[in-house]
Every structure is written in C-alpha cells, then in structure tokens.
Design a binder for this molecule. Structure first.
Ligand SMILES: [Zn+2]
Length: 289
C-alpha cells in the first residue's frame, strides 16, 4: 500500500512539475495557456475508467481576470544632458527595461495598446510622428495622461540623413509644436525615422533641442508583420537588462502580441520604465535596485 501511495505521489508531483514548467516558460500563443492538472483519481479502490469523446472544438480561452502588474516605479526622469548623445540600451540599469512604440498615434491600435498597458501598470515611451499627433491629438493627450512618455519621431517620417539642417529643424519644430499643443508637455528624447541620423546631425539636434538619439537593442522586425507569436518570442528572446525594445503601435499584429509579450517579460522579472527614466539611471551613475 505504501509503495502504491508513493507511486501515486510521484505521479502527482510529475503532473505539477509539467504544469509548473509550462507556466515558467510561458507561451507566445494565446491558444496555448497552461492548464491546471485535472482532478486526481482517489487513492482507494480501483479507478473506474470513464469514457469521453474528444472535444476537438474546445479552445482554451485567453486569460481573464487579474494579470501580473508592473510595480509602481517612482524614479526620476531628469537625465543629465552632459552624457552620451546616442543610446541603444542602458546596461547599468539593472533589471529595468524600456518598451517603445513608434509611428503612432493610430486611431484604433494605440487606444487598444493603452488598455493593455494600463491593466499591467506599465509605462511605455511613444515615439510619435508629428503628423499623426495633429490627426489624433486626443490620443496623444491620453498617452500623456496615462503616465507614458511622449517623444519625437519627426513630423513626416522621411529619411533625415538626406535633409539640410533647416529641413531637419522643421521636422523637429513641427513635431514639438504638435505634441505641446495636444498634450502640454515637451518631448525630451527623439528617435530618427529608420534609426538613421548622421553623427554630425545627432550632435546638432542635441545642441539645438537637448534630445539624445534613442535607438534600440531589441528589434522584433514587427514592421514586416511576421505574426504575433513571432513578435512575442523575438522580444522575449532578445531582451536583457537595460534593454530598449522597439515596436510599432500602428500594426495590429504588434498590439495583438503585447499581452503575451508584456506578461512574459514581467514573469522573467523585468520592470518597465520610460526611456527618460532609463537614461536617468545611467546619468546618476548607479543602477537603481
Ligand atoms: Zn518609425
């Protein structure tokens, strides 16, 4: 009897280990949520076989109810203007990461993304195109009202390396004006379209506006629309401490990928801050705990 019980306990333990493993590694597909082990057979008496027909129409529903939340983070965002002028990550930032969304606001995808971020208490950074801010000022206002960082990504999203300083100035002036008009706040950082800006231009923009050039260390190539599962797994695989994650809130597949991606990063222990907060950790010389 004792050995029967031991065997049974081993079975239970094995079942739980498999469940725990699938929870630990998570999944980038909403259709493959980890399922808790079913009811255990009683210890006494022979287990009566129960015949059921396989229900192939059943699909595990997406997670409902509470999700893991990013902690409240009350860190300074006033980074020093004297340091580097280009960043693709901030290695000294410990387990903090910044997720960034480019090219919006988008009329449908951005509000949907904002709901996902709010549910998880995550503050992101939105590199907006000035032209789109003029189209959707209410969404830009909502971005700021919900505690996210709003940053400049030019006005027309054209390649800046081919432009004169005067043209570049127009791009950043018009975007700043659109952001200030819609939200009442000034952008503090910028990302050039396609990540392309000559070193001389980076120095010029930094001197003129005080904007550091923000690039990225994690790129899921979501603009190629590889599908939500690929976007999610690329981000989960590439992210390390101090990462700046690039994504685009104009693409429906990117926003679809976010619940699994954000939950996966939270599960791995990463904490989300804005780009300016990440930069402030670097300029303060010490990583926050
Ligand atoms: Zn862009």
């Amino acid at each position: 009897m004792r050995s029967a019980i031991t065997r049974h306990m081993k079975r239970i333990l094995a079942t739980f280990s498999i469940a725990a493993l699938s929870i630990t590694f998570g999944s980038c597909s909403a259709q493959k949520e980890a399922v808790a082990p079913g009811p255990l057979t009683p210890l006494t008496g022979p287990a009566a076989p129960v015949k059921t027909t396989r229900n192939t129409a059943y699909v595990t529903p997406p997670v409902q109810g509470p999700v893991q939340r990013n902690p409240d983070i009350n860190l300074p965002s006033n980074f020093s203007k004297g340091g580097n002028i280009s960043f693709s990550r901030v290695p000294s930032a410990g387990q903090y990461v910044a997720i960034t969304f480019d090219d919006g606001p988008h009329s449908q995808n951005t509000p949907r993304l904002l709901d996902m971020l709010r549910a998880r208490n995550i503050k992101a950074s939105f590199f907006v195109v000035g032209r789109n801010v003029d189209l959707y000022p209410g969404i830009a206002r909502q971005i700021v009202a919900e505690g996210h960082e709003i940053a400049s990504h030019s006005y027309t999203h054209r390649l800046l390396t081919k432009m004169s300083d005067d043209q570049v100035r127009q791009e950043f002036d018009k975007t700043r004006d659109a952001i200030v008009k819609a939200t009442g706040v000034q952008p503090r950082v910028m990302r050039p379209p396609y990540g392309a800006l000559l070193q001389r231009q980076r120095e010029w923009v930094h001197a003129q506006y005080g904007y550091p050039t923000i690039l990225w260390s994690v790129d899921p190539n979501d603009w190629q629309r590889p599908g939500s599962a690929a976007i999610c797994s690329r981000i989960l695989t590439q992210t390390s401490s101090g990462a700046i994650i690039l994504a685009h809130d104009i693409h429906v597949g990117t926003v679809d990928a976010m619940p699994a991606t954000l939950d996966g990063l939270l599960k791995k222990g990463y904490k989300f801050v804005t780009v300016s907060q990440l930069l402030a950790m670097q300029s303060s010389g010490a990583a926050a705990p």
